[in-house]
Design a protein around this ligand. Structure first.
Ligand code: SAM
Length: 279
């Protein structure tokens, strides 16, 4: 497992350098006040002002810092050293207060203490994780009773289709989690496919049932699960970007789900009913 994780960590260190310069991430715009958050999470998570927010797999922290601009007290976590260094630099340059921690998600309970009102994670996170049961336990570990977990992510069903085929949807990958990761030779990055970089990527599939059941088993109560027929990035070569910024199979096509969002709350301790007069 360490071999896969180390390879992925190297990949993310290298991608961070590419992403910092990419128009996809538009770091300059962010420095000048642009929020990197999208309408879905802004509307569904709502007011974060004054809340302690833990951002898992925060990359180089633009979303984390965007939540801080909205008043949250933020902590961002990522296992890429380079990403965390850049996140800290952005926090300092923009004078947005934030704490960033370099850690593998699975080791986080050993290096970070405290409980949070909100645990947030988004867009391209789950396929890097081999074990969702342990991931959900980490989420639950850091939530206060009554605290909210929120994720917006590519839909697992969308991951079964070939992401290199230029023409149409063709099933290529398994839907269900397997014991071994999928291995890909990667050129460039999703944010800059022409970047001069070659690496190996390991990823794991997780079905929607596996995601839900992992969270339920960790003591979370699912508040909603929404599915969207559009994606935040160019998920297949033939998707088209609408004026609203979302990528669809074709204009007005809602044939399959490309993203989902989920909100859950951590169950509080059971409160015993107050005794009645006759008791
Ligand atoms: C696609 S990015 C997160 C997306 C984020 N919304 C963004 O675009 O800025 C995925 C992040 O997960 C991190 N990551 C992958 N596996 C991890 C692990 N086991 N523990 C902590 N971070 C991990 C990577 O370093 C990367 O920054």
């Amino acid at each position: 497992m360490d071999e896969y994780m180390n390879s992925n960590r190297r990949l993310w260190d290298n991608w961070t350098a590419i992403h910092e310069r990419s128009s996809f991430y538009d770091v300059e715009g962010f420095r000048n006040g642009r929020s990197s958050l999208k309408s879905i999470e802004l509307e569904e998570l709502g007011d974060v002002s004054g809340k302690a927010l833990l951002h898992l797999q925060c990359h180089f922290g633009m979303d984390t810092l965007s939540w801080a601009r909205l008043g949250a007290q933020v902590t961002g976590v990522d296992f890429s050293e380079r990403a965390i260094r850049l996140a800290c630099a952005l926090s300092e340059e923009t004078s947005i207060p934030a704490r960033f921690v370099r850690s593998n998600i699975y080791d986080l309970p050993d290096v970070l203490s405290g409980e949070f009102d909100v645990v947030f994670t988004s867009y391209g996170v789950l396929s890097w994780l081999p074990d969702l049961r342990r991931w959900a336990e980490v989420v639950s570990h850091f939530l206060k009773p009554g605290g909210v977990f929120y994720i917006v992510e590519a839909h697992p069903f969308a991951h079964v289709f070939d992401d290199e085929n230029e023409v149409d949807l063709r099933v290529r990958y398994p839907y269900f989690h397997g014991p071994e990761p999928l291995r890909f030779e990667t050129h460039g990055s999703y944010a800059d496919p022409d970047a001069d970089h070659h690496s190996v990527e390991y990823s794991w599939d997780h079905s929607l049932g596996e995601i839900l059941n992992s969270l339920i088993a960790a003591g979370l109560h699912i508040e909603h699960l929404h599915e969207f027929p559009y994606c935040a990035w160019k998920i297949y070569p033939f998707t088209e970007q609408g004026e609203d910024g979302w990528w669809r199979l074709k204009e007005d096509d809602s044939a399959i789900p490309l993203m989902f969002s989920l909100k859950a709350t951590k169950q509080g301790p059971e409160v015993a009913p107050a005794p009645t007069e006759s008791q």
